[in-house]
Design a protein around this ligand. Sequence first.
Ligand code: ADP
Length: 609
Amino acid sequence: MATTIGLQDLPPTPLLSEKHSGIPERWAEQCKESKARLYSLKTLPASVPREGELPVLPPGIDRPTFNTAIAELKETLGEEHVELNDKPLVDGWYMEHPNTHDTFHVLEQSKLVSSAQVYPGSVEDIQTIVRWANKYLIPIYPISIGRNMGYGGAAPRVPGSVTIDLGRRMNKVLKIDGNSASCIVEPGVTYFALYEEVQKTGLPLWIDTPDVGGGSVLGNCIDRGVGYTPYGDHWANHCGLEVVLPSGEIMRTGMGALPGKNGADNPSWQAFQHAYGPSVDGIFSQSNFGIVTKMGMWLMPATGHQSYMITFPEEDDFEQIIEIIRPLALNRVLGNIPQLRSVIQELAITGRPKSDFYDGKDPIPMEVIKAHAKNMPCGECAWVFYGTVYGPEETRNSQLDIIRQEFSKVRGSKFFLPEDMPEDHYIHPRARICSGVPELRELDWLNWKPNCAHLAFSPITPTRGQDARIVHEIVTRLHKKWGFDSLPTWCVSGREMHYIAEILIDRSDPDEKRRAICCMREMITEAAAEGYGEYRTHLIFQDQISRTYGWGNQALMRFNETLKDALDPNGILAPGRAGIWPKSYRDKGWEILPEDEPRTSVKTNGVIH
Ligand code: ADP
């Protein structure tokens, strides 16, 4: 039974002024409400006693050696900057998340855990930690904020790794440059924090934020996350990295490799991405080849904007809708990364649980969803398209004319502006996100189930109706087979779309977790057989997905392994991340592949528990 917790019973979320990952004052009230909604459905206890000797050790390291190594690290960095993971695990919630494990555990909570967390205060500290890891052969796992929810959160892939929580002490916006419209951030700068810093400058600049603003600008970017302004492709808009390599050496990419006058940073570091020679930035995203300590990011000159929403009544019309989207996206009439969302999300984003809409345990039928939508501001429909146009009013109006005209070809479509919708409708936070203002509202669909976690299946398709149909059909069928509601969204970036299907899981239900894993495995396999691959995934699917990119008898993986072995001969940095295992781990049973399923456990030390 859900415990009813009143607003007054919940401790407040730390403010940004108190903690680097905290909530800025201006969102404090919204944060309090989000938290109360989520906790009102929580039936799991805050923590459970842990079993076995703690902390969980890194593979191949005995306890005396581990204790010696930790004592040495404490001695070098300071006692207070090294913390053993030997206390009960607390999942918390988005704004107060753990750095000890995956808060959205799809395996047992205790499986993907660190042995310790370490908090470097400088690049030199990071170099010290890396050299220490090489000395003791202890795997280390860097995180920036650790809110990579749905993809593993703060958890390391190898249990017992030492998590380097970079964000706690390295969280400054080092520079905001109004001339080149760019900034340099340390790992612990969240979208909320960067927004605040940009506001303080008074410069007419926007940041680009993903759906929720608590992640780090750096961590999200190197995991190739997306946002929704015209700068929504985060990796495409980064400019210049500073990286500590697994050897402990430090390097800068792009123009940053050329020292500025008298030892200054290169003046073009944040102005030109490619510089000279091989473009190596890419190998530091979704990889385990280096620890990124600074990153340049482009900011968007502020401009006029107008958000809108279009509803479509027929579920089967999505092919036609996508065929209309493609030329509009390619011609940049659609100014941003718009979303085509299933109407079920209009129900979920209200923050009300599924049980308010449907009694059954099975996936909620479309007729039921539509019947509810009829009484909601969007009205009876199957799809909702959220878009924004940018620029001066005249430009926006002419773009909107074309958009209205093109989408009116879909029978029964209806066009809305934010002012047509009530104040609490989702279009308002959506409009803010699409003009670079971080938000929390997207968390509300996590109230669909008690103890709700999400797991994203996110394949890429060309922006073409026939491709969309193949993937959508696989997802719909397999969600139904494994008993999950399907909540698809297409995020359209132009020539391609990220199809994001979130599986919602009750963390207290082991069988639901097992089914979610089975569903993911089958979707990955079936989509790959049709030629579609995912752009990003949770830790436990990284082996499977990386191997679907197997053209030329796994040529890409062999290349990545060659790089890994050259850069990290001791295999200490995030072994297994992105499916890339160093030679000391390779083919020793660490990989988790579909033939291991159905299982809800993970291999540690090559043994299946
Ligand atoms: P966020 O900051 O958005 O909450 P995370 O800190 O969880 O995201 O980062 C996402 C993933 O990217 C991490 O799990 C980790 O594997 C990797 N990562 C994050 N920060 C760094 C970094 N500074 N250097 C190398 N890898 C990183």
